[in-house]
Ligand binder design. Structure first.
Ligand code: ATP
Length: 296
């Protein structure tokens, strides 16, 4: 049976700024996105027993119908290209859910890539992006991967030099954050500080990890942290355990820290596992654009 197995990588934000709002309510953002080596595994195969899309997953709390971005991606291509065969998809979820790591968007992007390949649709990356943005603002970035500047509502992408590799510690607290609530609560006109994106791009070009880490800033922390002080506690823990810097990703609640040495990161990992036994704790690293695009 024709079958394809792909990795759908999560992302972190090294910088996140909002610079305005569109009439339709979408915020205009300037973000530096970064792929991280934490991934879902998506298996897609033709299904001769039905004409339908069948989605299964190891996470019973996730929808398996039209409310799942995987289903939406499959449905979009199935209808556009009149695919009459059934499509069976299994999602092995490893990326924390509703965590600010674009878990749904990356699954969506990877499903587009997988069906394009499995059914030989011949769509280019550009053509996949055009379809992806109709399903989610972060989907075009997830198709690109690596280090990138994301502007507009997330659809204007500029690839940047890969960040120097270093250990990355992630802690996802056991709290639910609604991205919509964070953006609607944010008073972007009142923000007094903004990330220095220009400086970060220069630091990426110079491969200067310390300046990159010390330039990290996320304006959404001003909303999410006061409502969820545990996020600040985790940031402080990472700093006290030797992180060069630590920040919340996206609208949260995932906190990540960059470390200089594997030893320090490993000690911090075990300490965080002990401090936060109910939270998802992962020790990982960054992934470059080539590695993401090898699948396309
Ligand atoms: P972002 O960083 O883009 O804001 P996120 O990491 O905060 O995303 P997701 O993990 O994408 O959030 O999940 C948000 C919601 O989307 C979930 O509560 C879930 O019900 C829904 N969802 C739909 N499809 C998926 C999917 N494939 N994986 C995870 N969540 C999905």
């Amino acid at each position: 049976m024709n079958k394809i197995i792909l990795k759908a990588y999560g992302k972190l934000n090294l910088a996140l700024d909002t610079i305005g709002k569109r009439a339709d309510g979408y915020h205009l953002v300037r973000m530096i996105m970064q792929t991280v080596n934490l991934y879902d595994v998506i298996t897609i195969q033709e299904d001769d027993t039905t004409e339908n899309i069948t989605l299964t997953t190891n996470r019973p709390d996730l929808p398996t119908d039209q409310n799942n971005l995987i289903y939406k991606a499959a449905d979009l291509l199935k209808k556009e290209f009149h695919i009459t065969k059934g499509i069976r998809i299994h999602l092995e979820k490893n990326i924390p859910v509703a965590a600010g790591m674009a878990g749904g968007s990356t699954d969506c992007a990877t499903t587009l890539v997988g069906i394009n390949s499995l059914f030989s649709l011949g769509l280019t990356l550009e053509e996949l992006r055009a379809r992806g943005v109709t399903l989610g603002a972060d989907v075009p970035y997830c198709l690109m991967g690596g280090t990138a500047l994301s502007e507009g509502i997330g659809e204007i992408l500029t690839p940047l030099p890969d960040i120097p590799s270093c250990p990355v510690l992630l802690v996802k607290p056991n709290i639910d954050i609604s991205t919509k609530w964070v953006y609607t609560t944010l008073k972007w006109q009142d923000l007094t500080t903004h990330p220095d994106i220009h400086k970060m791009i220069q630091a990426l070009e110079a491969k200067d990890l310390h300046t990159i880490a010390n330039t990290m800033e996320n304006v959404l922390e001003t909303v999410t942290i006061p409502a969820n002080p545990i996020i600040q506690t985790i940031k402080d823990t990472m700093l006290s355990l030797g992180a060069i810097n630590s920040m919340m990703s996206g609208s949260g609640p995932t906190v990540f820290g960059l470390f200089e040495s594997k030893e320090a990161a490993s000690i911090a990992y075990y300490q965080c596992k002990q401090n936060y036994p109910n939270f998802q704790v992962e020790l990982t690293e960054f992934v470059g654009q080539k590695q993401v695009q090898n699948q396309i």
